[in-house]
Design a protein. Structure first.
Length: 415
């Protein structure tokens, strides 16, 4: 039966089936003996595949049995370094591969084999590369960086290197940051539109790279929890990249969650907005940054100047006593009342100590009709009493598209 299916199928999705080595070996044997000439997508994520399964799959790929394969997802398996080595060796035999997902494979000490293969032009048509939670070590970092800088990945649009922390040696981590900064500054990835470097140690070198203007097509930038100790400096670097007209002129999504840039960072982010170079922004996530009311007021006033007219998602989670409170809420509502955020769809202000004054400002703004397409409001964890909840509960009648309104229970909408 499997042999017959392989003759015509274009997609195999076995994700989450936990077939382990035995199941992968059976599939690999069928691929190698019968071939799958039309197969374009192969998803074996979360299957408990170990070293033997990885070897069998690699042999099938190297046989040339899947000439049309463009998407290969092997994330969340247990093949470790063997999986990386085997897939790296097989890459030249899958010339049409455009998306490779190897995230969360416990490849401690990984990156070397894959980086070496990519540097030798093993995957010239690769568009998307996902290596988050890979355990890429220092040497692996150098190989991956060299591959990215080689010019042999000219079509790459998406790069995910999230959560590849090395050890506690900050000097080593800084060298890693410098390597990827050099990649961005080299101009070898001109088509890059999305990059995720979250939860790594990358600060000033990376922000300077964005100022170089060598990633002109970048639209999505995810940098959450980037070394919290240098958050203000980091936010200032991103702001400078925008103000100077660097490589983030086309940015549509910016994630700076948990970088703790406080008031100074908020102030420079507001300045970046006022430069006019973030006018394509549709999503801004600056949650968990300990921004006081003064910082939010700066950002709100920048928004009020119609600097981000396309913004559809705004997320600013607070941190208890380090939150923007009523004054920050009132400033944000003034921006909404001004009509400068007409495309806002989601508003998430969880845990910001918003009380009665902020609640009333919010109620008036949402009744104004200035954001008619709003679909989500999250006000969980604020100082809104029962009377306030009753008043806010009338808002859905003014917002016809509202589908999620979180007030009391973080996991339960009142709609």
């Amino acid at each position: 039966m499997l042999d017959e299916i392989l003759k015509s199928t274009e997609e195999i999705d076995w994700s989450g089936r936990w077939v382990c080595d035995a199941g992968v070996e059976r599939l690999a044997k069928a691929l190698q003996s019968k071939g799958a000439p039309n197969l374009k997508k192969l998803n074996l994520a979360s299957n408990g595949m170990g070293k033997e399964g990885a070897k069998a799959l690699a042999e099938a790929l190297k046989s040339g049995s899947v000439p049309e394969l463009s998407v290969l997802d092997l994330s969340s398996n247990e093949g470790g370094g063997t999986l990386e080595k085997m897939i790296a060796e097989a890459l030249p035999l899958v010339p049409k591969l455009s998306k490779l997902v190897l995230s969360d494979n416990q490849m401690w000490g990984g990156g070397k084999h894959l980086g070496d293969a990519l540097q030798k032009s093993a995957a010239p048509n690769l568009l998307e590369l996902f290596l988050s939670k890979e355990g890429v070590d220092f040497d692996g970092c150098l190989y991956i960086a060299a591959a990215l800088k080689s010019g042999n990945l000219p079509k790459l649009t998406t790069l995910d290197l999230k959560s590849n922390n090395l050890d506690d040696n900050c000097v080593v981590k800084l060298i890693q940051a410098l390597q990827f900064a050099k990649v961005l500054q080299s101009g070898s990835l001109p088509n890059l539109v999305e990059i995720d470097l979250s939860r790594n140690y990358m600060n000033k070198p990376i922000t300077e790279a964005f100022q170089s203007g060598k990633v002109p097509n970048l639209t999505k930038l995810y940098l959450d929890h980037i070394d919290c100790r240098l958050g203000t400096e980091f936010a200032e670097g991103i702001a400078a990249a925008a103000i100077q007209g660097g490589g983030i002129l086309n940015l549509s999504e910016l994630d700076l969650v948990g970088t703790r840039f406080y008031f100074e960072g908020a102030k420079t982010l507001a300045a970046a907005m006022l430069s006019g170079n973030l006018n394509k922004l549709t999503k801004l996530d600056i949650a968990n940054n300990r921004i006081p009311a003064e910082g939010i007021i700066e950002i709100a006033e920048a928004m009020q100047a119609s600097t981000v007219p396309n913004l559809s998602v705004l997320q600013i989670w607070g941190a208890g006593y380090e939150s923007f409170g009523d004054e920050g809420a009132k400033a944000l509502m003034c921006a909404i009342q001004s009509g400068s955020l007409p495309n806002l769809l989601e508003m998430d202000f969880e845990g910001n100590e918003i009380g009665s004054e902020g609640r009333e400002a919010l109620r008036e703004a949402l009744q104004s009709g200035k954001i008619p397409n709003l679909t989500k409001i999250n006000l969980f964890g604020n100082r809104i009493d029962r009377k306030g909840i009753e008043k806010l509960a009338t808002l859905p009648q003014y917002l016809p598209r509202l589908s999620k309104f979180i007030l009391i229970d973080h996991y339960d909408s009142i709609i």
